[in-house]
Design a protein around this ligand. Sequence first.
Ligand code: DOR
Length: 437
Amino acid sequence: MSQASRGSGPSIVIRGGRVVDASGERRADVAVVEGRVAAVEADLDVPSGARVLDAGGCVVAPGFVDLHAHLRQPGREEAETVESGSRCAALGGFTAVVAMPNTTPAIDSASVVREVIELGRTALCEVHPSGAITVDRAGERLAPMGEMADLGVRIFTDDGTGVQDDGLMRRAMEYAVGLPYDVVLAQHCENDRLCAGGHMHEGEWSSRLGIAGQPAEAEEAMVARDIALARLTGARIHMQHMSTAGSVALIAAARAEGLAISAEATPHHLLLTHAECASFDPTFKVNPPLRTDADVEAVRRGVLDGTLDVIATDHAPHPPEAKDEPFDLAPPGMLGLEFALGVALSVLDLPLPELVRRLSTRPAEIAGLTDSQGGPVEPGRPANLCVFDPTATWTVEPGMTASRSRNIPYVGRTLSGRVRHTLRAGEPVVLDGTPQR
Ligand code: DOR
């Protein structure tokens, strides 16, 4: 037996769980003192005054890191705020999120970066703004990436749209390589001209439903272009929300060649297909669109074999009045932060350390957050932790979210795997599935 508390201050003992990080798993209690992990050992003593968190039957893991969350602030607070989005994140086991720049105004300057960092200070998880690649995400002129990087921005993206101009994307990569920081350019891979007028995947279901489609090739053309440009420039690139079998194959080939390329899969592309659109429910409208069974299978295989090394949510809140439009008029996007773990555990037969690698360790590496996020769970590390029951099953009900929006695509589905507690720097922000503020 050893003491849980070394030093002063309130302490927490997370008792009876399996500690899992990217390096493996072991049975151990975890003591947290003053925001840091103080001990990871079996049968820790509980010092008087310490709070005990029950982790029986649960996994104790480094908190998840989402590379892709739309928090909508500034400008679209009716859909989400940094605070409400961070509450969704904490409920989903995330202790850090990268906020996408398609806000109003866009996160394309030092002043908006500062504003989002400021909003994140009181959030329930770390909030790291991404910066736009181009001014106002308009795809015409490079944004001042250097001054945003000076403030700590490490991921640049025009997410919501891809950078269409090949020459401009090449210059963005060259500029990124020249920065005195290790930054990554993340791409929303969709060729606008090939997608023009489309509202769902182009295929059997779009024909049957009479809804104009967006072909898989619209995504694959941009994936192929950016791989070529990364080869040319040496830039680090990250492919967002990969949705087609062809994209997964292109990334596998680029990796085999040794290019510095990472890629993400979303929960919805791991579970849902274009057949959902037969309901004409705009909840199922998303960019890139839900694809075929074969694509879902390829995305799953991509995550299993590590070609897609990250699971990221693309949490995209839209308020009911926006989604309550005909399919072709409604905005694309669906909620994800609270459902990512449940979907991942339900559809992927992945060893838990590998699951933690995809949800926490790799995204923390890509976003440059390894000082505070991504594990390992060991003494001295900041206590950014989540505790989840991998076998708990739950059925998603309408409105089962802390978001200001309601566009949940999993209503009626039973998922297995649920977050019990989340600690941000030692503060229990979620206890027994309930947000603490
Ligand atoms: O469906 C989507 N919605 N895809 C994106 O890339 C952007 C997102 C949003 O911001 O709503």
